[in-house]
Ligand binder design. Structure first.
Ligand code: SAH
Ligand code: SF4
Ligand code: F3S
Length: 439
């Protein structure tokens, strides 16, 4: 039996997908190179913006065609879009055999076994952590580790709490146990995952209560782990203890992805982000004071309902004040069932949104290029990831600041090597392997 899995969405979904592969291969399924050669056609879906839905619809149409040609093929749809459609998925898409939400990855094996009887759906939001399942990792030396699922925030634009449920934390002992097992299996870099990692632990029973700062220290202390990353923190919950843990744990990388969403306090309020522009900037200052040479990246939304030219100018000036090392920029997309999607007019014209995002991207890139130049001339530790995507003669890796480097030299993936940085663009650095690190 063969399966084909297409994964959409964020790192949480990528992580769930590697667990799905692990479960399927444990059941004896083999990966198929294409959908037409697969007995089981699976999707792990995202619904964060309308564009995510659109992309998936094209793929789902392909599954419908295959099901017409080969009625024996099984079509399974998991993830956030499936969760958002749970009431209507089997009536609207009758060729779908199995549907399950992100909280039900752990039940995949059971669902597949039952499918022959009737179409099955599973949508509870408090199932087991997918982090407990076997995984098929993309790279042997890097791994994602789920520390919490769900989100208790009420950001007015965001559908995630609806499709991933309330926040639940995994006990620290379980996280450390998983990291120890990964390290024994050759993993040197872990990325801790949660929708709001630094509200970690508040829901744990008193005897197991722990903070995100404690998670960082405990994971950094695991033998064999050289790099610890995490995503994403919410600015409202980023406290001094996390900054101190980052500064005092050499394994924790000097990079913070700190989603700002907007530079306008008025818009931040309508977004229910619960911090002001000023508080965000103070936090940036504390992070920069506490963690030497830290890189900062962010997420920004343009065209939120009611965003004026002046609000947008505030976002541009936030970018100019912070000088990010990189940013993901998004066009606001109204989502069904969210506060903004239901009760605020999507009133910024599409054309204005497009102009704003272009201006924002150009501004972000200018700063990223400028910031990246600070590495030129120094020699840094680089974790080798494999051959360069554009030039197989060269290698590709990352600085602890999460900036990609293409370089000449001879090293195996998973090794950490010194690289002299010779050139910089807004997204990548170039260099050559050196004898030792200087910075
Ligand atoms: N939990 C993470 C982010 C999850 S979604 C966090 O809070 O950092 C990733 C990004 O998608 C968000 O940070 C936001 O910038 C963007 N996003 C979410 N909903 C959106 C929407 N309705 N329209 C446009 N962008 C959105
Ligand atoms: Fe969405 Fe806000 Fe939660 Fe992030 S913190 S997942 S943006 S509700
Ligand atoms: Fe991630 Fe998309 Fe779900 S961004 S949490 S896969 S809606």
């Amino acid at each position: 039996m063969k399966y084909h899995l297409t994964s959409f969405g964020c790192q949480m979904n990528d992580h769930d997908s590697e667990r799905m592969r692990g479960v399927l291969e444990g059941l004896g399924y083999e990966a198929s190179a294409d959908r037409d050669g697969a007995d089981l056609i699976m999707f792990n879906t995202c619904t964060i913006r309308g564009s995510a839905d659109d992309r998936f619809m094209g793929n789902l149409g392909d599954a419908r065609r295959i099901k017409r040609e080969r009625p024996d093929a099984v079509v399974a749809v998991g993830g956030c879009w499936a969760q958002s459609q749970k009431d209507a998925i089997f009536t609207d898409y009758p060729f779908v055999d199995i549907a399950f939400g992100p909280g039900e990855v752990a039940r995949l094996g059971e669902l597949i076994a039952r499918e022959r009887i009737e179409a099955v759906g599973a949508f509870s939001l408090d199932g087991a952590f997918s982090g407990q399942l076997p995984a098929k990792r993309e790279r042997s030396f890097q791994a994602w580790v789920q520390i919490s699922v769900g989100c208790n925030c009420v950001c007015s634009y965001c559908i995630v709490p609806r499709v991933r449920g309330r926040e639940r934390s995994r006990p620290l002992a379980e996280i450390v146990g998983e990291v120890e097992a990964l390290a024994a299996d050759g993993v040197v870099e872990v990325t801790l995952l949660g929708q709001n990692v630094n509200s970690y632990g508040r829901d744990l029973p008193a005897a197991e209560r722990a903070t995100f700062a404690e998670v960082l220290r405990a994971v950094g202390a695991v033998d064999g782990i050289r790099r610890v990353r995490y995503t994403s923190p919410h600015p409202k919950d980023m406290r001094g203890d996390v900054i101190a843990a980052m500064a005092e744990t050499p394994e924790v990388c000097a990079h913070v992805h700190l989603p700002a969403q907007s530079g306008s306090t008025r818009v931040l309020k309508a977004m229910r982000r619960t911090y002001s522009r000023e508080r965000y900037l103070e936090l940036v200052q504390r992070i920069r004071d506490g963690i030497p040479d830290v890189s900062l990246t962010t997420d920004l939304i343009v065209g939120f309902p009611g965003e004026t030219d002046a609000d947008f100018a505030d976002t541009l000036s936030l970018v100019d004040e912070v000088r990010y090392d990189g940013a993901y920029t998004f066009l606001y997309s109204p989502r069904p069932g969210t506060e903004a999607g239901e009760s605020m007019d999507d009133d910024v014209p599409a054309e204005v949104k497009r102009e704003r995002i272009q201006e924002l991207i150009a501004d972000v890139q200018d700063h990223a290029r400028e910031r990246a130049r600070r590495f030129v001339g120094s020699t840094r530790d680089v974790l080798v990831e494999g051959p360069s995507r554009t030039d197989p003669q060269r290698l590709r890796g990352r600085l602890e600041q999460n900036i990609a480097v293409n370089f000449t030299g001879d090293a195996t993936p998973g090794a950490t090597v010194p690289v002299e940085i010779t050139d910089a663009t807004s997204t990548t650095l170039a260099g050559r392997m050196a004898a030792h690190v200087t910075a």
